[in-house]
Design a protein around this ligand. Sequence first.
Ligand code: 6PG
Length: 253
Amino acid sequence: MIRQLADALDLFHAAAEEVCRIGQYSLDTTGRFSLVLSGGSTPRGLYALLAEHPYRSQVDWKKTEFFWGDERAVPPNHPDSNFRMAKEAMLDKLDVPAGRIHRIEAERADIDGAARDYELKIEDVLGRVPGVGRRPPHFNLFLLGMGDDGHTASLFPNTAALLEKQRWVVAQDVPRPPSPRITMTPPLINAAHYIMFLVSGSSKADVLAEVLQGPRDPLRYPAQLIRPLTGEVTWFVDRAASSKLLQHHRTEA
Ligand code: 6PG
């Protein structure tokens, strides 16, 4: 599903409403809400809104479990840290207990060990999925962005993580700084109940049309790998980002 909004501010409000709707629903029905945050610059406006009236009182944020879909190999106080961005824009203002904030320790020298430890952390917090073998747990809500090359999380074109079938979290070198990065992999992302992409600005228009309406080529456009098994995916896009989409695919919100 595609929701087209007029501009970035409308997009952030529509996304904030949806995050709160899913958060409330998750807490009401299961007593918990697991939320995976995206990095980059686009979600900052959403995070800032969530920390303000009316959204801040619509979800019991103190019971929300916060994760990150990817992280850059920088210390947590570094300007490029995805953790730092979310902390400053939202988490500090919502007084979320430290025990609910599960950051990726991508600054560690043993970055592979940090990726493996994050898998254990996820299983520890969300619980083991019953059944044969080790199955990826289901996050309630997964936020994603997309780069102008079609990457999402830190799943970059033609990189090994795109083909990963067993691991849920891996470290890899990526073609854009900061590198290396730790990223969740498609099997874990696609197990989520609900996925929201946020895409804003004209620099994303060409790639958005390729990803949503072009031929399938996920090694070139990794965002095409995101197809939840049983969950839903919604693309929140503004008019600038969606200007190259064919008209009949657009849904005005
Ligand atoms: C990251 C990401 C990444 C991001 C896109 C879009 O750590 O960089 O999580 O996938 O969402 O690169 O970034 P912008 O919002 O800055 O365009």
